[in-house]
Design a protein around this ligand. Structure first.
Ligand SMILES: [Zn+2]
Length: 168
C-alpha cells in the first residue's frame, strides 16, 4: 500500500515568494522569508464510522484511485467548523444513504498510508437506519463478519474494527 506523501510548498501560498525549510526543536516547517507565513504540514482530521448490525461491520469498496479496490469504513474529511460527530453522520449519509446514530468513539488513528497526505482518523461506532444507496465513490458494499474481513482494507480500518471488537 502506498505511504503518505509529504506536501511541500515551493512558493508561499500567501505572497508567492519561494519558501525556505526550517527546523527548530526537531520540528520541521517551511517559512516564507517575505511575509513569514509558516507551513507546518499538520495531519488533516478525518472521521469514519463502524456501522454494525448483529456483530457484522459495513465496509465499502473504493471505486477510484487512490486505493481503488480497497475496502473501507464510511467516512471522510471534517469540514471547516464541523464537529467530528457531525462530519461522520454527513459522510455516512452521502456514501451509503444510511443515517447513523453515533454511539461512541472507538479511537483516533494516525493514517500514514494514504498517498494524499497524513491524516488523523477519528473512528466512531454505531447502528444505522435506512437502505443502502452507494455514491459514485464506491462500487460495492457488504456487512462482514469480523473474523471474515476482506484481505485489502484501507487506512487503519482493520485495526479500528479489531479494537472495537475487543472492547465489546
Ligand atoms: Zn509569503
Amino acid at each position: 500500500m502506498a505511504s503518505s506523501k509529504k506536501l511541500i510548498y515551493k512558493f508561499c501560498p500567501m505572497c508567492s515568494t519561494e519558501m525556505v525549510s526550517k527546523v527548530s526543536n526537531d520540528e520541521a516547517s517551511q517559512v516564507c522569508p517575505k511575509c513569514k507565513f509558516e507551513f507546518w504540514n499538520n495531519p488533516k482530521p478525518v472521521a469514519s464510522i463502524i456501522v454494525h448490525e448483529a456483530g457484522k461491520v459495513l465496509l465499502l469498496r473504493r471505486a477510484n484511485e487512490p486505493l481503488k479496490g480497497a475496502w473501507c469504513l464510511p467516512g471522510g474529511f471534517i469540514q471547516w467548523g464541523e464537529e467530528a460527530a457531525e462530519a461522520v453522520i454527513r459522510e455516512c449519509k452521502e456514501e451509503t444513504g444510511l443515517v447513523p446514530d453515533v454511539c461512541s468513539v472507538v479511537g483516533a488513528y494516525n493514517i500514514d498510508n494514504d498517498p494524499r497526505g497524513m491524516h488523523i482518523d477519528i473512528i466512531f461506532e454505531g447502528k444505522a437506519k435506512g437502505s443502502i444507496v452507494l455514491s459514485e465513490e464506491h462500487d460495492d458494499y457488504k456487512f462482514f463478519e469480523v473474523n471474515e474481513l476482506p484481505s485489502v482494507i484501507a487506512y487503519k480500518h482493520r485495526e479500528a474494527i479489531g479494537d472495537w471488537r475487543s472492547g465489546t
